[in-house]
Design a protein around this ligand. Sequence first.
Ligand code: NAD
Ligand code: TYD
Length: 349
Amino acid sequence: MHILITGGAGFIGSHVIRHFLATYPGYRVINLDSLTYAGNLNNLRDLESMPDYRFVKGDITDAEFLINLFSEYCFDGVIHLAAESHVDRSIADPTAFVKTNVLGTVNLLNAARSSWKGKYDGKRFYHISTDEVYGSLGKDGLFTEETPYDPHSPYSASKAASDHFVRAYHDTYGLPTVISNCSNNYGAYQFPEKLIPLFINNIRLGKPLPVYGKGENIRDWLWVVDHAQAIDVIFHRGKTGETYNIGGHNEWTNIDLIRLLCCIMDRKLGREAGESAKLITYVTDRAGHDLRYAIDSSKLQRELGWVPSITFEEGLEETVDWYLGNQEWLDNVTSGSYMHYYEEMYGSR
Ligand code: NAD
Ligand code: TYD
């Protein structure tokens, strides 16, 4: 089995590669990543010398490069994670999201289609997407696979467009595709622009914790290792042409989550209880900020038997331990261009 994993140097991709190499000896995994600010080969240091793993630096917006790559390797499967992934960056520069998330996905679909030439037996194109394509929920209800798309941010609009293209290639050309839409992930190796690693880093450094609006927005958090496990079962046993929602049944308002994180950090850093929470600073809300995401993952649980393995409290403890045990990783990724981004977003505090 030859698998192409795109975006493998990013947060979720690095966990997926680690999971596949550990679980399926004999699979050959090619990691294609252009190494944007979010891509970091340090996320895969422990895998570099494995004979069945290979890193290829390349950009999915380059159609010709992809055609050549597919003819060189004859992939059996594609797991497509490469994307621009941060909502705030999409508000600042939507075009980069259209290029990578929409055009890049269409380039990959074309390369798979032209390489497989209608011989689809044993082939699979798996597109990794987000629950954000469904828009925002009110106080009640859950996103199911039938919920109509209603994206609000340039990020979610670009992911929605890419999902539509994947479905169109299945319906029009018979390409053997499958899609999953997952809720917010957390865990090791996440770039500290996303809420949890950003706040762990700021608490460690005694910097303000910028809570958007009143902190009342709700997200459904899933441990990234459980997402990688779900990707495994969907890749191997998901039905062609289908969509699967992935989520942890784990809804938190941002402010409750932040308070829990502050408590854990006080304990781990040996600070007085309440010390970290003093850093909470309410700032201007994000434009178009979706109120609530919550996933109904019963289809995945019922049909493929996947369930999350740990509670949020356990996962968050483990995540904090990882960042505090890998402060060099944090220092490396938060130097250089990160500081420029940080100043643009939050000022020089
Ligand atoms: P990430 O930003 O950490 O990683 C993205 C990776 O893609 C990086 O390694 C980057 O270098 C690479 N990349 C970006 N543009 C590229 C290009 N043009 N060509 C090749 N490589 C490129 O993102 P993530 O959080 O790991 O998310 C991975 C996927 O999962 C994305 O498709 C995202 O939409 C989806 N997703 C993420 C979450 C989440 O909570 N993080 C939830 C649901 C779905
Ligand atoms: P984020 O991690 O960016 O994920 P997403 O926007 O894809 O859900 O943000 C999670 C929630 O935290 C979201 O409601 C926005 C909020 N947030 C803040 O309040 N402050 C911040 O500095 C960041 C990055 C996010």
